[in-house]
Design a binder for this molecule. Structure first.
Ligand SMILES: Nc1ncnc2c1ncn2[C@@H]1O[C@H](COP(=O)(O)OP(=O)(O)OP(=O)(O)O)[C@@H](O)[C@H]1O
Length: 325
């Protein structure tokens, strides 16, 4: 776990781009490691204030490296970035971050851990620590468990405590690197719900993930990375809006169903494994169903299949979104 206020210092390049409406702007941001590996390649990103921005990519696509550059933890080899339209040193006290695994003491309570954590931040005021720790615990729903030892916390509670550590001051922007990694399903649900709550309170959240479905559920916007490069970005709706919504008809009468769909004017009619699918276009699904039934097709099921971010990724790269987890 890294508090950005503690480890700030590395420059993020000259003349950071500024956009007062944006929480994060990067321009040509690049990181080439000494061994020659380009982990992040000319990344242009604009994260609108108030968004829950999913930074999505398979393992090794450059997400953590980007976040470390944003927070001044490593120096870019090219390009610029800015947070909240401010120089990094001014922005960082307004930014909470969860970047690496939190190092909490197992034998201390959640509250005592946060106090210790806060004490290590030279910009934090000792006079207000009690109130700030209490507020942070409340924000992540750990007030009742404040006096419980960390080692007795569930995985979800541990991660919520880590997020509380990032919320010890008022934050306009919260940057979370894979916050659900390693959590069980319950912990994952807790963290996702917490991210939504924090965003509802007005904080912009930038959250990396290698899980497409997670970003679809949790985020308003997303950027999709692949081998250090930005593949696509925008609102979730606009990303998947480029692909057609399809109707899928489950039927034993595939040939007849295909004929009816084509006669209705649906495009790209395909038959496979007991189902016929086609682009829905402007057709109302209930009318498609009525037409099928009217023509004597035995409809066992009819579903409207909206394109997922995975479809977007596959469509743009020609590859599967190959992740472990
Ligand atoms: N310090 C380093 N030195 C050399 N190469 C590095 C270093 N840190 C990361 N890399 C490489 O840069 C690439 C991007 O890594 P990064 O950790 O940013 O990806 P990621 O998308 O966050 O993946 P993950 O989800 O697995 O952490 C990888 O190929 C990684 O091996």
């Amino acid at each position: 776990m890294t508090t950005v206020a503690q480890e700030a210092g590395a420059p993020t390049g000259a003349a950071p781009p500024s956009d007062p409406g944006a929480a994060i702007v990067t321009s040509g941001l690049t990181k080439r490691f000494r061994g020659g590996q380009t982990a992040v390649d000319a990344l242009d990103l604009t994260v609108p204030r108030g968004s829950v921005y999913g930074f999505l990519g398979p393992n090794g696509s450059g997400k953590t490296t980007t976040i470390r550059m944003l927070l001044g933890l490593i120096t870019p080899t090219g390009g610029t970035c800015s947070l909240l339209g401010l120089p990094l040193a001014l922005a960082l006290p307004r930014v909470g971050a969860l970047v690496e695994g939190p190092a909490f003491y197992p034998y201390l309570t959640g509250e005592a851990n946060l106090r210790r954590f806060d004490a290590a931040d030279p910009t934090a005021s000792g006079a207000t620590v009690r109130r700030r720790v209490g507020e942070a615990l409340e924000r992540v729903g750990l007030t009742a468990a404040a006096g419980k030892r960390y080692r007795n916390y569930s995985l979800g509670m541990r991660q919520r405590l880590a997020i509380a550590a990032a919320l010890l001051g008022p934050r306009e922007l919260l940057i979370l690197d894979e916050p659900t990694n390693g959590l069980d399903p319950q912990g994952t649900r807790e963290v996702r719900a917490l991210v939504k709550e924090i965003a509802a309170g007005g904080t912009t959240v930038f959250v990396s993930s290698h899980l497409l479905a997670e970003v679809e559920q949790m985020c308003t916007h997303a950027a999709i990375m692949r081998t250090g490069r930005l593949v696509a970005d925008g609102t979730i709706a606009s990303l998947s809006g480029g692909l057609a919504t399809r109707v899928s008809v489950e039927t034993p009468d595939a040939a007849d169903a295909a004929r009816v769909l084509a006669a209705l004017g649906l495009a790209d009619v395909r038959s496979a494994a007991g189902a016929v699918t086609a682009e829905l276009g402007g057709h109302a699904p209930e009318r498609v169903n009525a037409a099928l039934v009217g023509e004597g097709v035995a409809v066992r099921g009819l579903a409207v299949v909206r394109p997922s971010l995975e479809d977007v990724f596959v469509g743009l790269t020609g590859e599967g979104f190959d992740v472990d987890g």
